[in-house]
Design a protein around this ligand. Structure first.
Ligand SMILES: [Zn+2]
Length: 277
């Protein structure tokens, strides 16, 4: 199969981690203790466990971090960056609602928090569930962002449309928050890790067969995340499985976005219809 991915790869894999710590409960006005303490698990156990897995298999990934979580756990976020992984923005209090006119304030606030904490400011953003508009993209571009990893409108990356215009400096790296996200399996259906792994492998097999793009979302939380031992092992088993296939490139989303922007004629988007929002 003719490759259109970086380094002649046949299939491009981006593993992404949504930190989703205390912000998740605090944003819902829940005290993040007692029965709502799942978010504390992210920094305490989930992130160190994930970092060990990624180091064991030499896989660079992207973590999306809410600003509030970075304020609560700066050392955890620094440890992620120190291991060579990318840090992207993921709301302030993981706002799963439309912020309206307050949205620019919170986008800038989280950007400032992460920029102050890290050597390099974030350039990637994942919507925590509150929607996205032309205003969102305008503010993100002003802040220097080059990609969004929230759209569900395609299988492969595509350029963002704003006001009927196709941007050339901002790319969408679509995610799949159903079959390639641990949260619905572990929160809604209480699926055993073995079956989640089987689902993720099936998605990979088909992405690989069509020379496609594979964007996995996991959370280092307990509760709806993969931070605990058995679920983390399913994630590690998936990485081991994927690495058996020749021609797979596993990289951070920022590297995918930069390559897409630099090589607009080379990537597979042109064989797919790109979405107008
Ligand atoms: Zn999230």
């Amino acid at each position: 199969m003719e490759s259109k991915w970086p380094e002649g790869a046949r299939c491009l894999v981006n593993i992404t981690v949504d930190f989703d710590g205390l912000s998740n409960e605090t944003g819902k006005k829940l005290l993040p203790i007692g029965k709502y303490s799942h978010g504390r698990y992210s920094a305490k156990r989930g992130v160190p466990r994930f970092l060990e897995i990624f180091a064991r298999h030499n896989v660079p990934v992207t973590f999306f971090v809410p600003g509030y979580d970075a304020e609560c756990f700066p050392e955890s976020v620094r440890s992620i960056a120190a291991a060579g992984h990318e840090i992207g923005a993921h709301g302030y209090l993981h706002e799963a609602f439309d912020l309206g006119d307050e949205e620019p304030f919170y986008l800038r606030k989280t950007h400032q928090i992460l920029s102050d904490l890290l050597d390099t400011p974030p350039v990637g953003w994942r919507n925590p569930g509150g929607g996205k508009s032309d205003q969102t993209v305008r503010v993100l571009r002003e802040l220097g962002y080059i990609y969004d990893s929230s759209e569900k409108a395609a299988d492969w990356p595509y350029f963002q449309m704003v006001g009927g215009e196709r941007l050339t400096d901002f790319v969408n790296l679509p995610d799949n928050t159903s079959s390639l996200d641990d949260a619905p399996f572990y929160r809604d259906s209480m699926t055993p890790p073995s079956e989640v792994l089987a689902q993720w492998k099936a998605e990979f097999d088909t992405a690989y067969a069509e020379g496609g793009y594979y964007d996995l979302i996991v959370h280092p939380r307990s509760g709806f995340g993969s931070g605990g031992p058995a679920r983390a092992e399913a994630l590690e088993d998936l990485i081991i499985y994927i690495k058996r296939f020749p021609g797979v490139l596993m990289q951070r989303q920022v590297d995918t976005a930069r390559w897409c922007l630099k090589n607009p004629e080379d990537w597979p988007e042109r064989t797919h219809p790109w979405s107008a929002q």
